[in-house]
Design a protein around this ligand. Structure first.
Ligand code: PEP
Ligand code: MG
Length: 592
């Protein structure tokens, strides 16, 4: 979070910038509606035998009303989104009509003489827990649907009405949104969504993309900073929300909206064009994703493959690691989905700020048992993980990338593990790509200094600027107090990037970048000029980055990079790049 003073006389009106995940592209400016939907509270109550019939009837009435509500949402979703997306609501109706489930609920109400809302919650929660234990990401999303249905039934048993109408245009701010909320609000005058929780591939995010309603998710603290009626501006391209936006911010976002409107009109046909400079240097422009169901969006945006697939997303919502078979199913789906393009799977990057199923208490988790360090300490787990990845390579479009490398020894150990995993598969007669490429992420300063030695032993390097900047500048990537110090244009960062690129090229391996910096339009010309071969970015920003690449000459970008490298402060570099962009590509909207 960054706080900018916009009005010195009215400090209450500080502009607050919140950074989240760009879930659905678009710009929205308007007043906020804080939507808080608490889970209905359920108490366990005994009932008399004489009340049994009424209690069962309450349940049946609630189910009937829930079905009616869902049928309405379904019809609306079908009309607005098409039957494919509306299927979620059909599935919810099926849960309501599940005779086995509802039969079990009614039986328990009778045998335990307990109130309907308690039994229905208890029974459906069991169902939901089983789904959350499944390794399948799809089942996890379904588990949320089950929870949504459960709340709907309970609310109807308790005769509670849910607010779902907006009388004026508003941006919905909420801790989280269900698919049903997303669709219901879209009937009204919703301008956009901003949520504390959620990932870009949650159903609510997918639906808002289909509904063409800008959305930013994963903001963590939006509901704390925003009150109903506050002015908000949301940038669904960059994943930024401005609370009490300044005039300048509003102006910039309006321009950005206009630019995108014109740009999108011209976009038709651009998805298939290469990210090539005017003097014919091609940059591999690919996407960062976490879930298989993002592939479709990445493809539509014109992505030349997946440059970073964060496999640790598979650990969300579960207590342990998925089995080799469970992992393989996901990797196979991704590899097939992106074929004939390639996918770079990053091996589990657990620890630090990320999920870790093992219970470990560390004083400094970012300097602790993270990424590859942990995998190398868990040989069986790592071997199974690698086997699952290698098995998905039968169509030769899979690459493996290793996070948090800090020494050459680690690279050698990884390669030894890859060899062992491959041998296991050969002995079982499994088909796979024997030349599967293995690359190292450069995100620890030691790895940057050793880039030449590392490059000599791997097939590619990918610079992870999120961590590289954190470790190089000693600035916690998640700490808002030091956020202004997290400077991607710090000369030390630029020089390190240049060193890594040159080291990789010296050893004839390609060098890419998959950290957030790769998706910052202000950095594109510089990064191309520094010689990067690949940029992997969030899919929503990809067309803009492609447009920049296609508008410049490599020769020109090299000059920009050279000039940028000559400065000694981040401000000078940023200032230089901003004025270059304003002069040379004034139509490109830059981030806030
Ligand atoms: C990075 O560190 O730049 C990176 C891409 O990985 P993550 O953000 O997942 O740590
Ligand atoms: Mg990282």
């Amino acid at each position: 979070m960054r706080i900018k003073m916009t009005d010195h006389e009215h400090p209450a009106q500080h502009e607050i910038l919140l950074k989240g995940l760009a879930a659905a592209p678009g710009i929205a400016i308007g007043s906020a509606y804080l939507y808080s939907k608490e889970a209905p509270s359920v108490e366990k109550k005994k009932i008399d035998a004489g009340e049994l019939e009424t209690e069962v009837q309450r349940l049946r009435n609630a189910n009937a009303r829930s079905e009616k509500e869902l049928q309405k949402i379904l019809a609306f979703a079908e009309q607005k989104l098409g039957s494919q997306h509306a299927k979620i609501f059909e599935a919810q109706i099926m849960i309501l009509n599940d005779a086995v489930l509802m039969g079990a609920v009614e039986k328990r109400i009778a045998s335990e003489l307990t109130n309907a809302e308690f039994i229905v919650t208890d029974e459906i929660s069991k169902y939901r827990r089983r789904m959350l234990e499944s390794p399948d990401e799809y089942m996890h999303e379904r588990a949320h649907d089950v929870e949504d249905v459960m709340h709907r039934i309970v609310r109807n048993i308790q005769d509670q009405r849910l607010f779902s109408r907006l009388d004026v245009e508003a941006i919905i701010v909420s801790e989280t949104l269900t698919p049903a909320d997303t669709v219901i609000f879209s009937r009204n005058q919703v301008l956009g969504y901003a949520t504390d929780l959620g990932g870009v591939s949650s159903h609510a995010a997918l639906l808002s993309r289909s509904l063409k309603i800008p959305a930013v998710v994963g903001l963590r603290s939006a509901t704390k900073h925003v009150k109903t009626g506050n002015m908000l501006a949301i940038d669904g391209y960059a994943g930024i929300v401005a609370v009490h936006p300044s005039e300048e911010t509003i102006q910039r976002l309006r321009q950005k909206a206009q630019w995108f409107k014109e740009f999108e009109e011209k976009l038709v046909g651009m998805a298939d064009l290469p990210a090539e400079t005017q003097d014919h240097r091609t940059i591999e422009l690919s996407s960062n994703i976490e879930f298989a169901d993002e592939i479709q969006f990445a493809r539509v945006q014109g992505s030349a493959g997946i440059g970073l697939y964060r496999t640790e997303s598979q650990l969300i919502g579960r207590g342990g690691y998925p089995t080799e078979e469970e992992q393989f199913e996901v990797y196979k789906k991704v590899a097939e989905g992106i074929y004939p393009h390639t996918v770079i799977f990053r091996t589990f990057d657990v620890g630090g700020d990320k999920l870790i199923p093992d219970v470990v208490k560390e004083e400094n988790p970012f300097l602790g048992w993270r990424g590859i360090r942990m995998m190398l300490d868990r040989p069986e787990l790592f071997l199974g993980h690698l086997r699952a990845l290698i098995r998905a390579s039968s169509r030769k479009n899979v690459r493996i990338m290793v996070p948090m490398i800090s020494s050459l020894q680690e690279v050698r150990s990884v390669k030894e593990f890859v060899r062992r995993a491959s041998e296991d598969l050969i002995s079982k007669g499994v088909r796979f790509d024997p030349k599967i490429k293995v690359g190292a992420m450069i995100e620890v300063p030691a790895a940057a200094l050793l880039a030449e030695e590392i490059a000599a032993e791997v097939d590619f390097l990918s610079i992870g600027t999120n961590d590289l900047i954190q470790y190089l500048l000693a600035v916690d990537r998640d700490n808002s107090y030091v956020a202004p110090l997290f400077q991607q244009f710090n000369p030390a960062v630029l020089r390190t990037i240049k060193m890594v690129i040159d080291a990789g090229h010296k050893k004839h391996v390609w060098v890419g970048m998959c950290g957030e910096m790769a998706g910052d339009p202000l950095a594109t010309v510089l990064l191309v000029g520094l010689g990067l071969d690949e940029l992997s970015v969030v899919p929503s920003i990809l067309p803009e980055i492609k447009k920049i690449i296609r508008s410049i000459k490599y020769k020109e970008a090299r000059r920009v990079a050279e000039k940028a490298l000559s400065f000694s402060t981040a401000d000078e570099i940023k200032g230089y790049l901003s004025s270059f962009m304003k002069e040379r590509l004034p139509e490109i909207p830059l981030d806030l």
